[in-house]
Design a protein around this ligand. Structure first.
Ligand SMILES: [Zn+2]
Ligand SMILES: [Zn+2]
Length: 169
């Protein structure tokens, strides 16, 4: 959804319909479930505040299976006109994220996509207590209980340890 800055009314604009935004995420596995945004104009600055909830597909950090993750995040972004090359922009020293817009308009969908990506967990898990992959056979231990013995200690490591023990301290 392209928002033209001059079209934002003086009293602000509420965006509460996900359908009004059109396609937000380039990844079809991502879905915007709920959105409550407020757009306000202050001179040339635009403030986008509110929150969103999305369901995205991420790879589990342990078993590498794709899994649906629900992301809820607060949005607090200030958009300012992109300065001409060479000009520097003075950034406010507060918690707001600052972004730029060009030619009087910005893509609200792209902003939502970027904010969702920032909010993703660093180490997603398909579920609490995922058993992960077996280091020996590579099988998914959530699906099959393999009978692999625990991986034996690396003999090269043992040699190094032995060496370290013999070195004077
Ligand atoms: Zn997993
Ligand atoms: Zn195994």
């Amino acid at each position: 959804m392209i928002v033209r800055v001059p079209d934002i009314p003086a009293e602000g604009l509420n965006v509460v319909e996900t359908t009004a935004l059109g396609t937000v995420y380039r990844d079809p596995a991502w879905r915007l479930d709920d959105v409550r945004l407020r757009l306000e104009r202050d001179g040339l600055d635009v403030f986008v505040t509110g929150e969103l909830r999305a369901t995205v597909s991420q790879t589990c950090g342990r078993c590498l299976e794709p899994s649906a993750v629900t992301v809820t995040t607060a949005i607090d972004v200030r958009l300012v006109p992109r300065p001409a090359t060479g000009d520097s922009v003075e950034l406010a020293r507060d918690d707001l994220d600052v972004d730029f817009y060009e030619r009087d308009e910005f893509d609200l969908g792209a902003l939502i996509e970027a904010e969702t990506a920032i909010a993703l967990p660093m180490k997603p898990l398909c579920r609490e207590g995922c058993l992960g992959l077996c280091p020996v056979c590579g099988g998914n231990r959530n699906a099959v209980a393999c009978a692999c013995p625990p991986r034996p200690p690396d003999p090269r490591l043992a040699v190094l340890k032995d060496l370290a023990a013999r070195l004077p301290h």
